[in-house]
Design a protein around this ligand. Sequence first.
Ligand code: SAM
Length: 319
Amino acid sequence: MFSYRHAFHAGNHADVLKHTVLIATLDHLLEKEAALTVVDTHAGAGLYRLDGDYAGTSGEAAEGVLRLLAEPEKAPDTPAPGTKPAAKKTAAPAAEKPLAEAIARYLSVIHDFNPKGGARVYPGSPFIVQHLLRDHDKLKLFELHPTDARTLDANIAQLEAGRRIAVLREDGFGSATKFLPPPSRRALVLMDPSYEMKTDYGRVLDFAAEALKRFATGTYAVWYPIIPRPEAHDLPRRLKTLATKAGKSWLHATLTIKSSKITKDAASGETQRPGLPASGMFLINPPYTLKPLLAEALPQLAERLAQDRNASYSLESGG
Ligand code: SAM
């Protein structure tokens, strides 16, 4: 346990999906004046440097937020002398379509943390949420990793957010339900474990079941990795069953950027693992505005973040 550090992964394609969904969900929930409580069961360190050692080593942000921010390459209007004009593509490249509203909104939040442009600073879920919340809303952050909890504490202490934000060095699965239901009876719970241990999959389900029992009208959002592991494959199916049995609406969005196949390097013969190829977000009681926003955004994310021709997305809902 505790070998996972989100700093290596901040701003990758999974964060792009997760945070785009998070922002679109919050934007809707914050339209009502009544106070909102956000519970982040697995908060991480809160803020990350994409030009620092961790992110630099993994290079994952380059295939995520940084790729999204990069100016798309434009084909030259006139071919260079002696070259043939480029063949026409059947589909207009994403660069020529207007950016989907949810992606533009996500990038505008990233920009708020990087007023000079780019994304040297990447906000994790605690900072995205605190940035959007109003003075009368509440944020409860759970983080167990000793170093990340300390960093989160220090990062939050820089803000003048007072008692609006609580950082708890506790097991998010074990104790976050104590905040449900909140006094205003309006809450968003983000469950974003590292899935370092395969028991995390079962714990997500148990937590969601217990939370729904305590507070049936809350909005619940689960991020999960799409990897060749039975527990990962089963999680969305089991969440769907849970929501349906409870008579609740649900939404399931996935984003794949590359093949999950393990390959061998032709020259060295070394086995090459693809890294995380895909991930999903499953929401119970999602805002009704989310599906149309994602229907527009997901094809663009799949196109812009594609690393091979296996890039794809899916979006379904029910209840
Ligand atoms: N939600 C964050 C974001 O979007 O920026 C990223 C969170 S990261 C994927 C998962 C975090 O959960 C890690 O920082 C890890 O240390 C922490 N963690 C692992 N098990 C935990 C537990 N039982 N309770 C609270 N935090 C835990």
